[in-house]
Design a protein around this ligand. Structure first.
Ligand SMILES: *[C@@H]1O[C@H](CO)[C@@H](O)[C@H](O)[C@H]1NC(C)=O
Ligand SMILES: *[C@@H]1O[C@H](CO)[C@@H](O)[C@H](O)[C@H]1NC(C)=O
Ligand SMILES: *[C@@H]1O[C@H](CO)[C@@H](O)[C@H](O)[C@H]1NC(C)=O
Ligand SMILES: *[C@@H]1O[C@H](CO)[C@@H](O)[C@H](O)[C@H]1NC(C)=O
Length: 933
C-alpha cells in the first residue's frame, strides 16, 4: 500500500539516525565506515536519503491517506461563505452515473459538505449561508475537459504567443505546458459560462512526445498567477526533489502519433514509431540502472555503488515506466493505435486515453491489448473527416465503444472546439446512442478518473471539491445553460442573466432520442464508410402519418400549420405533395392501397434547410488538397494568368463535387440545399452556386438549384494586403465605371442591386466602413446595393447601423468565439448576456440567417438554429428558427425559390429542432423523388 511506503521513510531515517531529506540530487560522496579492519563496509553518509529515494520509486500516485477527512479544501478561498442549494435534482455521478437525488446541497470551505438531506445541526454551525433555490432544476458536478489547450494557445490568437507546439524535435518529455500557461485568455470566462470547472491543458500534437500536461481549475486565480490555477499537480512543478513525506501526485504526459508529429521533422509513421522506441529505450536504461542500484542499496551492498543513477532530462519518461504518469495519446487511425499498443507492451507502460481516437470504435480488441488495460477513448461527437485520419470517424463511435466496454470521454481539444460547449458533445453522443448515464459521465466522472482525480472532482459527493453546476434544463437537452457555476465553492457568474425557459417542464427530462442501432451496425460493417447515397422510394405514392406539426413556406416566411387533426395524413406522389388532411379526404384523390406508409410517430414535416458558409460541395477532406476544388487566384496577391482573361469571375458551380460525405450527411440531417461560394484566401471569391446536397451528380434533374446566386468578397485581417487595401479594392470594384471582362458585368449587376454582394467580414470596424462605402456608392448611382454580411462575429456592436443601412447578416458560426482579434467583441449570450448575437440582430429588425464555417458542421444546422431559439428564451418561435436556415438564407443570398417546388423534410419522434426527432425522409418536388432513410 502506498500509505505504508510514505511512512517507511521515517523508519529508515530513524534507524540510521540521519534526517536527510535531500534525495535525487543528493548522492554526495561521503561515507560512514561501520565495522573494523579489513571487513569494514563503507556506508555513505547520505545512505538514508538514498534509501528514501529507492523506496519512493515505488510510490503510487494518489491523495494522502487522510484526504477524505479534510474539512477545508487546499484550494479554499478565504472569505468564501457557505452556500445551500435547495430542492435540486442532483446527478451525482455515482452508481455508474445512475444515481439521482432530489434534495439539498451544502457547500462550505471549498468542499461539498452534504448532499440530499442536510442536517439542521450542520446548518446551525454556519454563519451567513447563501441559499439558492433550485426549484427542482438539475445539478451536476462541474464539467471536466480531458483535452484542452486553453492558456497555451491564446484567444484571441497572437502570432507572437503560440505556445502550443515546440518545434525542437519529436521527443520532448521534459517540456511542461505549465511553463506556457497564460492566464490572460478570453476563453476561461467563456468556458466557465458553459459549466467547465476543470481541464487538462496539454502541449500540442506536433511531437511524438510533446511534453507534460497540467490539470487546472478554470476560476481566476486569487494571485492572478498560473500556479494558482493548478489542481494537485506533481512535485515536479516546483522542485526537483520529491519530498517522500508528501503524497505523490499523478503526472500527465502528451504523446501523439500519425500525421501531426511529422510536422516537426518531416518523417513518416515509421520514423515516429522509432522515435518513441528510442526514447522509451533510453528511459528503460535509466530505470533499470536505478532498479539495479536500489536493489543493491536496499541489500546493504554499498561497495562500489557510487551515485544514484538519474537523468534530469529523462526522469519524466522514467516515471511513465514506473506507472506514475497518465499518458494521453493523440492517435486516430488503426495503424497508429496498433503501433502505440505494441510500444506499450514492449516497454510495459499503460495509456490513460487515446485522444481524437476516430478509429478506436473499429478496433476495441486492439485497445484491450494495451499494456495495463484498455485506455479511455476521448472523442469529438460529430467533428470528423477533416483529414484522412478522421475520414472514418463516426457519430456512433461513443455508443459502439461503450457497448464494447471501453470508457468514453467527450473532449474539446479547445480551441478546436470551444470548450464552453463541451456538454454539447456529450449531448450529441447521447443523441446518437450513448446511454444518458454514460453521456453525462463522459464529461465528468470518466475524465476525472482518467486524470487520477476521482477522489475530488467529477462527482457530487460529500467531501469532494465544491465544483457544481446548476443548469436551466436537463444537461442532455439541447442548449442546456448554467444558471450558476461554483468552483471551490466560489460562485463564478457574477450576474447570471438567464430568463426562465419557455418550455421548462418538458426540458427537465433527458430527451427520448431516436434508435440508431441499425446505423451503428452499418457503420461497423463498412469500417466507418457506410453508403450514404439514399435510394429513392420506388413507389410513386408515399403516405406520412402521425405527425404533430407541419411547417410550410409562405410568402418568404415559415408558418406553422394550425389546427392539425391527429389523424391527418400527408400524401406525396412522385415527390410532389398531393394531399394533406384526414385519410378519407385524401383517398378521394388517389388509391392509397399501393402506397408506402411512413409512421412519423409524433414527428413533423418541415421545409428542407439551406446551409451557407462552408466549402460544402467544393471539398471532401479539408486538409487534403487532392480532394478539394482549391483556392481561386487572388488578384490582390499576384498576377492572374493571361489564359483567364483580364478579370475573371470564378463560378463555384464549375468546381462542384457531388456526393461528398459531408453533403450527404447534411442531406440526411434535413439540410437539402447548400449555397457555396468559391474558396478564397484573398478578397474576390466569385459567384456562388446553390445545389441539392442529395443529388448524385450535376447533370441530374434538380441537382443545380441555381447556378449563380450571389457575388462574394471577403474582408479579413491578413497583414498584406491591409484591410484598408482590401476596402480600396472593393471601392474600386463598386465605383470604377470601366472594368474589364467579367468583372465589368458582375460589378454592374452589383451596383444596380440586381445581385447581392456578400461580404465575409468579422470586425465591427470593417463593417462600419462597409456601411459608409454603401452610402457613398448609392449616393453616386442612385441604386440600392443589396449587401449581406457573413461571418459577422462582431456585428452586434453596430446592429443599429446595420439595420439602418438595410443590410442583412448571416451569422457564421451561430455561437461565435473570439479566435482572432477581429472576432474579439462577440456577444457571449446567456448566461453572460441576456441576448445572443442572432436575437440581438433580430431585435433590430435585421434579416438574419445562420451559417456554418466548416463542411462537417452543415449536418448540425438543425441543432444550431434550435439553440438560437432556446437562447432567446421564447422570443424566437420554431417557425422563426426554421427561417434562420431556410427562407432567410435564400433571401439574403438571392436564391429565388419556387415555394411549391421546395424540398420538405419528414422527421420521426420529434421535429428538426431537438434531440428527439430523426430525419426519415426528404420530399423533393423539383427532383420528383422521395428519399427514405
Ligand atoms: C421543488 O421544486 C419543484 C419544481 O419547482 C416543486 O414542484 C416542489 O414543490 C419543490 N419542492 C420543495 C420541497 O420545495
Ligand atoms: C511551490 O513551493 C512553495 C514553497 O514550498 C509553495 O509555497 C508553493 O505552494 C508551491 N507552489 C506550487 C504550485 O506547488
Ligand atoms: C400512429 O402511431 C401509433 C403508435 O406508433 C400507431 O399505433 C398508429 O397505428 C399510428 N397511426 C397511423 C395512422 O399510422
Ligand atoms: C422592429 O419592427 C417592429 C414591428 O414592425 C417595431 O415595432 C419595432 O419598433 C422595430 N424595432 C426596431 C429596433 O426598429
Amino acid at each position: 500500500m502506498r500509505q505504508d511506503k510514505v511512512y517507511s521513510r521515517v523508519c529508515i531515517s530513524v534507524i540510521l539516525g540521519i534526517a536527510a531529506f535531500n534525495l535525487l540530487g543528493a548522492a554526495r560522496r561521503a561515507w560512514n565506515v561501520q565495522g573494523n579492519g579489513s571487513n569494514a563496509v563503507q556506508i555513505p553518509l547520505n545512505a538514508a536519503a538514498i534509501l528514501d529515494t529507492c523506496h519512493s520509486l515505488n510510490f503510487k500516485p494518489g491523495p494522502p491517506p487522510d484526504f477524505n477527512e479534510r474539512k477545508v479544501s487546499d484550494r479554499f478561498v478565504p472569505g468564501t461563505g457557505p452556500v445551500l442549494i435547495k430542492n435540486a435534482t442532483i446527478w451525482t455521478g455515482r452508481v455508474d452515473g445512475l444515481e439521482e437525488i432530489v434534495g439539498d446541497l451544502l457547500l462550505d470551505s471549498g468542499i461539498i459538505k452534504a448532499v440530499g438531506h442536510i442536517d439542521s445541526s450542520l446548518l446551525a454551525q454556519l454563519d451567513n449561508v447563501v441559499t439558492v433555490n433550485a426549484n427542482g432544476a438539475w445539478v451536476t458536478p462541474g464539467i471536466v475537459d480531458l483535452h484542452s489547450h486553453i492558456g497555451v494557445t491564446s484567444s484571441p490568437s497572437f502570432s507572437g504567443s503560440s505556445d502550443t507546439n515546440s518545434f525542437k524535435g519529436p521527443i520532448l518529455p521534459w517540456l511542461r505546458a505549465l511553463d506556457a500557461l497564460n492566464t490572460h485568455n478570453d476563453a476561461y470566462r467563456l468556458s466557465v459560462a458553459g459549466g467547465i470547472t476543470t481541464g487538462l491543458v496539454l502541449p500540442g500534437s506536433a511531437n511524438a512526445i510533446g511534453g507534460q500536461g497540467i490539470v487546472i481549475k478554470y476560476r481566476p486565480s486569487t494571485t492572478r498567477a498560473p500556479t494558482g490555477l493548478l489542481l494537485e499537480n506533481p512535485y515536479s512543478t516546483n522542485t526537483t526533489e520529491y519530498d517522500p513525506g508528501k503524497a505523490f501526485r499523478w503526472r500527465q504526459m502528451k504523446h501523439a502519433c500519425g500525421e501531426n508529429p511529422d510536422r516537426v521533422y518531416r518523417g513518416t509513421r515509421m520514423d515516429t514509431t522509432w522515435a518513441f522506441r528510442q526514447a522509451y529505450n533510453k528511459a528503460r536504461e535509466v530505470k533499470n540502472a536505478q532498479d539495479v542500484y536500489c536493489s543493491k542499496a536496499l541489500a546493504g551492498q554499498w561497495a562500489g555503488l557510487g551515485d544514484f543513477p538519474t537523468d534530469y532530462q529523462w526522469e519524466a519518461l522514467v516515471d511513465v515506466l514506473r506507472g506514475r504518469v497518465k499518458v494521453h495519446t493523440h492517435c486516430y487511425e488503426t495503424v497508429d493505435l496498433d503501433d502505440l499498443v505494441r510500444i506499450t507492451n514492449e516497454f510495459k507502460f499503460s495509456i490513460a486515453a487515446f485522444h481524437h481516437a476516430h478509429e478506436t470504435y473499429l478496433v476495441p480488441d486492439t485497445l484491450k491489448s494495451t499494456y495495463g488495460g484498455a485506455p479511455a477513448a476521448a472523442l469529438f461527437a460529430t467533428n470528423a473527416r477533416y483529414k484522412r485520419e478522421s475520414w472514418r470517424g463516426s457519430e456512433y463511435a461513443p455508443k459502439i465503444l461503450a457497448e464494447n466496454g471501453i470508457k468514453v470521454v467527450m473532449k474539446s481539444d479547445h480551441p478546436v472546439l470551444d470548450s464552453r460547449y463541451l456538454l454539447y458533445e456529450a449531448q450529441q453522443a447521447h443523441y446518437y446512442g450513448l446511454p444518458s448515464n454514460l453521456a453525462l459521465a463522459s464529461v465528468t466522472t470518466v475524465p476525472a478518473e482518467t486524470l487520477g482525480l476521482e477522489h475530488r472532482v467529477g462527482f457530487v459527493k460529500a467531501g469532494y471539491d465544491a465544483d457544481i453546476v446548476l443548469w436551466d434544463s436537463h444537461p442532455l437537452t439541447l442548449g442546456a445553460t448554467p444558471q450558476q457555476v461554483w468552483i471551490d465553492g466560489v460562485a463564478q457568474l457574477k450576474t447570471p442573466t438567464l430568463a426562465p425557459l419557455k418550455e421548462s417542464k418538458h426540458l427537465q427530462e433527458p430527451p427520448h432520442t431516436p434508435n440508431f442501432d441499425k446505423e451503428a451496425e452499418v457503420a461497423l460493417e463498412y469500417e466507418g464508410l457506410p453508403p450514404l447515397l439514399p435510394s429513392h422510394s420506388k413507389e410513386g405514392l408515399v403516405v406520412f402519418t402521425n405527425f404533430t406539426s407541419v411547417y410550410v413556406r409562405e410568402g418568404g416566411k415559415i408558418l406553422e400549420v394550425s389546427g392539425l387533426a391527429h389523424d391527418e395524413v400527408f400524401v406525396v406522389q412522385n415527390g410532389k405533395p398531393l394531399c394533406r388532411g384526414p385519410m378519407d379526404g385524401c383517398t378521394a384523390f388517389t388509391r392509397l392501397s399501393d402506397a408506402t406508409f411512413v409512421n412519423l410517430q409524433f414527428g413533423s414535416i418541415s421545409p428542407g434547410l439551406v446551409t451557407y458558409g462552408s466549402a460544402l460541395g467544393l471539398e471532401e477532406i479539408s486538409a487534403e488538397s487532392s480532394t478539394n476544388d482549391g483556392y481561386v487566384y487572388d488578384p490582390l496577391l499576384g498576377d492572374i494568368p493571361a489564359i483567364l482573361g483580364k478579370a475573371p469571375v470564378i463560378r463555384a458551380a464549375d468546381g462542384l463535387q457531388f456526393t461528398t460525405r459531408n453533403a450527404l450527411l447534411a442531406y440526411r440531417a434535413g439540410v437539402t440545399t447548400a449555397i457555396t461560394a468559391p474558396q478564397t484566401s484573398g478578397i474576390l471569391a466569385g459567384l456562388s452556386v446553390a445545389f441539392s446536397t442529395g443529388a448524385e451528380h450535376k447533370l441530374k434533374e434538380g441537382a443545380i438549384v441555381q447556378d449563380i446566386v450571389a457575388v462574394h468578397v471577403s474582408i479579413h485581417h491578413q497583414g498584406v494586403p491591409s484591410i484598408s487595401t482590401q476596402i480600396a479594392a472593393l471601392r474600386h470594384l463598386l465605383k470604377e465605371k470601366k472594368h474589364h471582362g467579367h468583372v465589368a458585368i458582375w460589378a454592374d449587376k452589383v451596383v444596380k442591386g440586381h445581385i447581392p454582394l456578400v461580404i465575409d467580414v468579422s470586425s465591427a470596424d470593417a463593417i462600419a466602413t462597409i456601411i459608409e462605402l454603401k452610402r457613398e456608392v448609392e449616393k453616386e448611382t442612385g441604386h440600392a446595393l443589396r449587401i449581406t454580411l457573413t461571418g459577422a462575429s462582431e456585428a452586434a456592436v453596430v446592429a443599429k447601423e446595420i439595420a439602418d443601412a438595410n443590410i442583412g447578416v448571416i451569422v457564421s458560426p451561430s455561437r461565435p468565439y473570439p479566435s482572432s482579434w477581429e472576432d474579439r467583441r462577440i456577444n457571449p449570450g446567456p448566461p453572460l448576456a441576456p441576448q445572443n448575437i442572432v436575437s440581438t440582430l433580430l431585435s433590430h429588425n435585421i434579416t438574419v440567417a445562420v451559417g456554418v464555417p466548416g463542411t462537417w458542421q452543415a449536418r448540425n444546422t438543425r441543432f444550431d438554429i434550435a439553440w438560437v431559439a432556446l437562447d432567446a428564451r421564447g422570443s424566437i418561435s420554431h417557425s422563426e428558427a426554421l427561417a434562420l436556415a431556410s427562407v432567410n438564407v435564400e433571401a439574403l443570398l438571392g436564391l429565388t425559390s419556387n415555394e411549391a417546388e421546395a424540398d420538405l423534410v419528414a422527421t420521426q419522434g420529434g421535429d428538426l429542432l431537438g434531440f428527439e426527432g430523426k430525419v426519415v425522409a426528404v420530399i423533393s418536388p423539383s427532383r420528383g423523388i422521395v428519399d427514405l432513410f
